[in-house]
Design a protein around this ligand. Sequence first.
Ligand code: G4P
Length: 282
Amino acid sequence: IQIQWFPGHMAKAKRQVQDALKLVDVAFELLDARIPVSSSNPMIDQILGQKPRVIILNKSDLADPSITKQWQRALDRPYIKAIAVDTIKGEGLKEVPRVASMLVAEQMAKLAAKGRRPRAIRCMVLGIPNVGKSTFINRLVGRKATKTGDTPGVTKGQQWIRTQGSLELLDTPGILWPKFEDPEVGYKLAVTGAIKEQVFDIYEVSLKLLQWLAEYNPEKLKERYRMNELNPEATKLLWDIGVKRGLLVSGGLVDESKVAQLILKEFREGLLGRYTLDLPPM
Ligand code: G4P
């Protein structure tokens, strides 16, 4: 789902998310573990304030595990805890209710001291398109719960659903925009599959990725495409991969756009290794 974000959309999404937040105790901010900065919303701190927040570093199966650990430490605040999750395999999901309870323990104890009856912790999911919000909600609830939609913000008429670990979750996530005006962010969103291929130049993005991979982990590239040497020029390297894979058009020329697509696909599936493209501050 590709959403076109306009200033009006952003203002509305922000307002709707802030309205929904009044109903919840804890926000689940989903980030892509490969790009925790680029997959974040530029106004998130302003939107959430000091609301207890669990940062879900999703798709951690595709990220560099040691950098994910560094990110968890870097993101930690008194009211923020980050956990690494693989929503597809279900890894890390058990931590979610545990960490949410921990973040609101004091608040709940205060309510209990006032004689209020104990109630479930209310939560909502937030994140940019394609970060895994629907998959995460369905996984937490244990059935297909989300109405899929591409409306920015929060859809009206949402309902509370019970999750494993007895949380109450809003069934529709808040959809926020990334900082796409930054070209480096745009590149990372494109590479990781957060934005659809119709809106960027697949060839250019693929070349940039190849160049980076050739520098960062040449052995893995050599192994994957069965090459003894990597041509230092990315355009030629892409050509060589095309030849290796037999992605040719008539006349023995390489179908460069097919090769570009293949490289992106294999990167996104983790076949070229596990990488984190945004590094935590030192
Ligand atoms: P959204 O609601 O935030 O828009 O995201 P959604 O759940 O639809 O997930 C987007 C894509 O990310 C899906 O792939 C989903 O399977 C994948 N995904 C979600 N969580 C994880 C995870 O922990 N690890 C991995 N590897 N993938 C995850 P898709 O259906 O193939 O969609 P698309 O990529 O073709 O758009």
